[in-house]
Design a protein around this ligand. Structure first.
Ligand SMILES: [Zn+2]
Ligand SMILES: [Zn+2]
Length: 473
């Protein structure tokens, strides 16, 4: 037999190659892990929603929360993942149970790993929750503008969520917290959040130039703080285990020995912090907040990263004039300033200003550098009242216009459903509306009932569902 006519072919492997299980959600890669500008968890969720062409509110309500309910047991309560009005969504970027749950659920849904780096979970034992994460969104308008111009993905770095970070160290500008158009502050994740845009008026939040009053000494200190926190976030992936609480106590003890030979009150004076605060660290085993820890690190000339990552730390006190840089943050205005005619004139000018939307008294106080609008009311009641009244009238008119628009939306949705022979139940109307949350209001529920009654009178209703429709009214 001629063997060349019957060559030996390789054997076929008929077993299927092992395939990883597909992820429920698109396996979106997080941005910037290992860099100071690592993405925040709320930004990741917003981008994930965008990748699925839905609002973050829809993704949370219809997928993430139900998934959490069926997959989290025991201590991990899924109810904390509800978006609601977004007010507590800063917790998704922090380090308590809500953040841990979110990491766990999103890793399961996207099959992405190391999502804890988008939160402060790594630093859970060494940073107290108080004053860790801002409750309201903050952003650098110049960064956003730059990314947009360069065609880069728009996202929100975890750095911006940190309360100790007040400026963008790349652009040396204060982070913005109020939308330029509607002047609202926003939560980290709202129903319609979209990185780079206001979730309320959908205005772009980037700007090519910002005009800000700058105090150079204060900016130096804020620049240093922002860089330190950025470096710390960048170093998180390098850690083999999360820093333990004992680490911070041990490091503070070492600084105390080196700076003041163990004398605690001397240490407090030298680093420029209150003796009570420092006493709480050493006598009551409290742990310092990020901002105070930064002040200590600055005063003793070490980086925040070294404080946690270096085995041996050597420190030395900075010169006195550079040590109190942060105190300019709490700079005092001259005595009697708030009573002065200078402030009254500014208030009168603002009260007569026809600017739309008008600012609230709180916003005016903030603009003038006054932490308490009540002082303005007390010393300058007339212009303060005018500002408050104008703002209240504007807000009332705006609320009425919004309510009327929502009523129209509900009526249109009911009409549309009746035309399609679909029962206009609350659930079905919610599916048609772009803002289903409006149905929670009693006014909108009444608008739906009225629209159904109107539909019945007009005789447009289908014969198949009047009972059903009635039963849900
Ligand atoms: Zn920037
Ligand atoms: Zn806005």
């Amino acid at each position: 037999m001629n063997t060349s006519a019957n060559p030996l072919y390789e054997q076929w492997q008929l077993t299927l190659p092992s395939m990883p299980a597909p992820s429920v959600l698109y396996a979106l890669a997080p941005i910037g892990i290992g860099s100071p500008h690592v993405e925040s968890m709320t930004s990741y969720i917003a981008r994930l929603a965008e990748a699925h062409c839905v609002f973050p509110g829809v993704l949370m309500r219809h997928l993430i929360v139900p998934f959490a309910k069926s997959h989290l047991t025991g201590e991990g309560s899924s109810t904390t993942l509800h978006l609601r009005d977004g007010e507590s969504t800063g917790a998704l970027n922090a380090h308590q149970q809500t953040a841990v749950n979110t990491v766990h659920i999103l890793e399961s849904l996207t099959k992405q790993r190391r999502l804890h780096l988008l939160t402060m979970v790594t630093w859970a034992e060494v940073f107290p929750l108080t004053s860790l994460i801002r409750t309201k969104q903050a952003w650098c308008p110049l960064c956003l503008e730059e990314w947009k111009a360069a065609g880069q993905v728009i996202y929100e770095p975890l750095l911006w969520t940190m309360q100790a970070v007040k400026i963008c160290s790349q652009h040396d500008c204060l982070l913005e917290t109020q939308c330029f158009m509607c002047r609202k502050t926003s939560p980290w994740l709202a129903w319609r959040s979209h990185p780079g845009y206001c979730p309320y008026c959908q205005r772009w939040l980037g700007m090519s130039a910002v005009v800000q009053e700058k105090n150079e000494r204060e900016m130096n200190w804020l620049h240093w703080s922002a860089d330190q926190v950025g470096m710390l976030l960048a170093s998180a992936p390098l850690l083999t285990k999360f820093p333990a609480r004992a680490c911070i106590n041990e490091r503070l003890g070492s600084l105390l020995e080196q700076i003041s030979q163990g004398r605690k009150m001397t240490f407090a004076r030298l680093v420029g912090l209150s003796p009570k605060l420092v006493g709480n660290w050493f006598y009551h085993q409290q742990i310092p907040g990020v901002e105070n820890l930064l002040r200590v690190c600055f005063a003793v000339n070490i980086s925040l990263r070294d404080l946690f990552m270096e085995k041996q730390i050597t420190c030395s006190l900075r010169s006195e004039e550079t040590r109190d840089l942060w105190s300019s943050h709490h700079r005092q205005v001259p005595r009697g300033f708030w009573k002065s005619s200078q402030v009254r004139e500014k208030l009168e000018a603002l009260a007569k200003n026809e600017e739309v939307p008008p600012p609230s008294l709180k916003a005016v106080a903030r603009q003038l550098g006054c932490s308490d609008p009540h002082s303005l009311q007390l010393y300058h009641p007339v212009p303060s009242q005018m500002i408050s009244d104008r703002y209240a009238a504007y807000m009332d008119a705006k609320k009425l216009a919004t309510e009327q628009q929502h009523c129209k939306d509900v009526q249109n949705a009911v009409r549309q459903l009746i035309e399609q022979n679909i029962p206009p139940t609350g659930r079905n109307v919610a599916l048609v509306l772009s803002k289903p949350g409006i149905l929670r209001s009693s006014v909108m529920r009444e608008a739906r009932r009225a629209a159904i009654r109107e539909g019945q009178i007009m005789g447009n209703q289908s014969k198949e569902f009047p009972e059903k429709a009635k039963s849900v009214v």
